[in-house]
Design a protein around this ligand. Sequence first.
Ligand code: MSP
Length: 656
Amino acid sequence: MPENLNQEKKAFYLTTPIYYVNDIPHIGHAYTTIAADVMCRYKRMKGYDVMFLTGTDEHGQKIQQSAAAKGLTPIELADRTVLNFRELWNALGISNDDFIRTTEERHHRTVQAIFKKLLDQGDIYKGTYQGWYCVPCETYVPESSMGEDKTCPDCRRPLQMMEEESYFFRASKYVPRLLEYYEKNLRGVMPRTRYNEIVSFLKSGVRDQSISRTTLKWGIPVPGDDAHVVYVWFDALINYVTACGYLDDPEKFRRFWPAAHHLVGKDIIRFHCVVWPIMLLALGVNPPVSVFAHGWWTVEGEKMSKSRGNVVDPFEMVERYGRDPFRYFLLREVPFGLDGDFSEAALVGRINSDLANDLGNLLNRTLQMVDNFCGGVLPASGPAGDLEREIAELAGKTVRDVDETISDFAFDEALKAIWTLIGRGNKYIDETMPWKLAKEGKEEDLHRVLNTLYDVLRLSSLLVAPFVPDTAARLWEQLGLEGDPLACSIDGFTWGERTPGLKVNKGKVLFPRIDMNEWKKEKAARDEQKAAPKAPAPAPEIPLEHEEAVEIDAFRAVELRVAQILNVEEIPKSKKLYKLSIDLGYEKRTIVSGIKEFFTPEELLGKRIVVVANLKPAKLCGVESNGMLLAAGDGKKTTLSLLTPDRDIPLGCRVS
Ligand code: MSP
């Protein structure tokens, strides 16, 4: 499209939350991203210049801890997990225009510039943060989630009241201005229940926010004060303006920011509807036009969690049922702002009823009749009768209803409206009985009916396109139309507009029906397999040479401690040894270790290990070793595995 035309288009900017990289993606992540994709595809078809952003949130305690537990550095973990997200968006057909990672340089610079601006203008100040802290987990625990007797909800160990220096953001100052903004912008927070919740929260007062940490290293350093890193939420929220060109592309920012909308889950609305707009007001930038908070999915009535083993894998759903049915189901099943329950049986039900029975049948029956009665060529139509006028009116109403409901993020309502039209099409076939008209030689009536049905399908293809893009393309092709329905303008649709002599291409059934009885058996077998205890791995043939029993005191005399590998050096002429510099927290040391055949230096760098700290020094290949690391081997020197703590525990901790 030529530049000048592009400039005339209205802008629309939509974001998803940026997802944490400590975990693999699940349906919760898929849900928001699919909804955003539908909205953006729809807006493009309405002629908007759309910018659609998603990405990953890669700093902070959670990521640092998960990485340590996996024996990785945080960036290694992020680099791996980000691929899962990219792959999933690909599998789901997500049409994002940008993908931001908070570890990118463009973001780093933007966060520091914003921090500095707010600091310089006095909206950020240094103070003291006080809170209940869990030393082993290295985290502050809010009073609302700490256990009885002031224990950590994760490790159950006693919490300590701690104080640390922190930078604070003067959020309280901007509360009246934000309230004023919301009074004028009733769609600033959606749905309305959330708007009310946020307004009353604001009225109850907002404290200044602690926005830096000294207890954490994995984050963006506070400009001019390296002892602090920027708190992960302050860092993460800024992604929305980084990608929109706040620092680097003022023209892009001017174009898209006034049209910014955020989609988020209900759990993170305070960050998005209180902290974030206040940050923007302080920067002299308008808050987003709207933030829509959707509900949460449970799975077959239960909260989705790893420990329950019921996390729905979106990759599996796409592979089993196809991406369009999965996209359709998530948006049709539950009103977008409310919680919903996911069940595969309900998904299969929707495939059979809405997709195969309603949409698939309408296409199949119509094209079959065009083939049978008109040799596959759509005939010219006669004048419309009452029934046809009624259907044309319904079509116009459907277009308006879809527009209104999608603008309100009421995706389920939009789909219901489209399916009302599809249902009307099927009923119209039953009412007019075209096969009878053909038999009786009533050609004019027959041609009018076929044309009306054709238009119901042509319009439906356009309206379903943002939801089920592959299906829309297949419909379009079978209708004998050229190009991609997604590239068409919805407003450019004209009822009854026809290419003379148009030939349809009746093709494969859109959605084969799933036999419910067969499906139930297959699902039961799958569930059984999941629930069955995993067969124990066959015992490897390990040479067993037991030592004599020792007293507990003999074991206690061995001082085992957690350490981290800081540096790995080759020892000239040694095939087996590495010289390792390790950090025990309280001191740094050198140990020499015979692990060279099993690990590259890169694999070892940064690894947390367990060492015997009180081993008498010994010289190996001329290098003094002050300790020994622990590793498990099969005794046959074919494999070796380092012992590493499974969570982020301070260096120097004793292993017992
Ligand atoms: N990184 C933050 C967001 C920062 S945005 C500046 C975050 N990430 S997250 O990966 O934990 O969650 C991302 C989104 O997934 C949230 O909007 C959350 O509501 C959503 N969901 C997580 N579990 C969900 C369900 N079970 N159901 C629906 N959505 C859920 O929070």
